[in-house]
Design a protein around this ligand. Structure first.
Ligand code: ADP
Length: 175
């Protein structure tokens, strides 16, 4: 059975991620959505929160599981005996980054393959950053993320509003 890992920050998971994961799960025997524990970028949600939101988003997908990891993505992929790493591609800017990462990862782990799936057209503009910004500014996020993620964003930013200033540093809104 072929096993693939779909790694990311998922801060928080949104419909663009969900679309890629569900499509990848049709291509591989099993897909592990791997939530990176300590990204260099500032995050809004803890690892446990990000994992819990992913688990809820993918409940009912039989060949898909969610796990947190730290360290090198390729080490995690080899540890779970994956054959491939899946990534999503939105625009040309993603391509350059993903190409670079894939080449470095191939050097580190030559047995792994790197598979990029093109974004669904309706999600081409969607990133966790834009989702957080729209939520922070009180915009409508219904078409961007599942209801439990919308709720988590609303309550995180409402807590900020209660004390009159953001409890999250604005830099956490950026990738
Ligand atoms: P984000 O860019 O939303 O912060 P992550 O760092 O968690 O996302 O990225 C995980 C993977 O999902 C990356 O390969 C990224 O390119 C991909 N991805 C993120 N958003 C989308 C989208 N809207 N469509 C397709 N792929 C996406």
């Amino acid at each position: 059975m072929t096993l693939a890992v779909y790694p990311g920050t998922f801060d928080p998971v949104h419909y663009g991620h969900i679309d890629i994961a569900k499509r990848a799960a049709t291509l591989f025997g099993e897909l592990v959505v791997a939530v990176y524990d300590r990204p260099s970028k500032q995050i809004l949600f803890s690892t446990d929160e990000r994992v819990a939101m992913c688990r809820e988003a993918f409940a009912g997908c039989p060949n898909l599981r969610v796990a947190a990891y730290r360290g090198l993505t390729v080490d995690f992929a080899l540890q779970v005996e994956a054959q491939a790493i899946v990534r999503g591609l939105r625009a040309l800017s993603d391509f350059e980054f993903e190409f670079h990462m894939a080449l470095m990862n191939k050097k580190l782990a030559p047995t792994l393959e790197f598979v990029c799936l093109m974004t669904g057209l309706e999600y081409a503009y969607l990133s966790a950053t834009t989702l957080k910004e729209v939520a922070f500014l009180g915009g409508d996020i219904c078409s961007l993320a599942p209801s439990h993620v919308q709720e988590a964003l609303r309550s995180r930013f409402a807590a900020a509003d209660d004390i009159g200033e953001p409890v999250v540093p604005l830099s956490a809104l950026r990738d």
